[in-house]
Design a protein around this ligand. Structure first.
Ligand code: NI
Length: 170
C-alpha cells in the first residue's frame, strides 16, 4: 500500500465526472487499498478516486472517531437514490486545504452501489455519514463543496484563493 498525493483545487480532474468501474481486478484492489491508506494518513473522513488523480467511480469513507471501531466503507459506482430533510453543517475537503464552510445537504440519504468485489450494496444513512456520502458522490460527479454554497460566498472563496496563490508564487 502507498500514500498517494492528494490533488488540490483547481485541478481539472476534480471538475470532471468520473467513469463507472467494470473491472474489479488487482488494479482496482490496489487503488482502493492506496486510497484507504491515503485517507487515514491525511487524515480525512472520505476520499474520492479523482482526488488521487484517477477518474473512476470509487470512494472510501470512514466517519468513525479515533476511539470508536472503524466503520470503513468502500463504494464503487455509488448513486444517491433517495434524499430526505435538510441539514446545514461545517464542511471541509482534503482538496481545498485550510478552508471550511457551512454546506446545506440532505439529512438522510439512501445510496446504492457496489462493494470492492462488485457485489451490490444499499445504505441508508443520516448525520455525518449522510453528509460524507453526499460530499464524496459530489466529487465523483465533478462537484466540490464550493459548488454547493451561495454565489457570494463562492466569489469570496475565489478571491481569497487567488490572493493566497499570488502570494505563494511571490
Ligand atoms: Ni472533498
Amino acid at each position: 500500500m502507498a500514500v498517494l498525493n492528494i490533488i488540490k483545487y483547481p485541478a481539472e480532474v476534480l471538475k470532471k465526472k468520473t467513469k463507472p468501474v467494470s473491472d474489479f481486478g488487482p488494479g482496482l484492489q490496489k487503488l482502493i487499498d492506496d486510497m484507504i491508506e491515503t485517507m487515514y494518513a491525511a487524515p480525512g473522513v472520505g476520499l474520492a478516486a479523482n482526488q488521487v488523480g484517477v477518474s473512476k467511480q470509487v470512494t472510501v469513507i470512514d466517519v468513525s472517531s479515533r476511539d470508536e471501531t472503524s466503520s470503513l466503507l468502500v463504494l464503487v459506482n455509488p448513486e444517491i437514490i433517495h434524499k430526505e430533510g435538510e441539514n446545514s453543517s461545517e464542511e471541509g475537503c482534503l482538496s481545498i486545504p485550510e478552508y471550511t464552510t457551512v454546506v446545506k445537504r440532505a439529512e438522510i440519504v439512501k445510496v446504492k452501489g457496489l462493494d470492492r468485489n462488485g457485489a451490490p450494496i444499499e445504505i441508508e444513512a443520516e448525520g455525518l455519514l449522510a453528509r460524507a456520502l453526499q460530499h464524496e458522490i459530489d466529487h465523483l460527479n465533478g462537484f466540490l463543496l464550493i459548488d454547493r454554497i451561495g454565489r457570494i460566498k463562492r466569489e469570496f472563496f475565489k478571491k481569497r484563493y487567488a490572493r493566497e496563490h499570488a502570494i505563494s508564487n511571490g
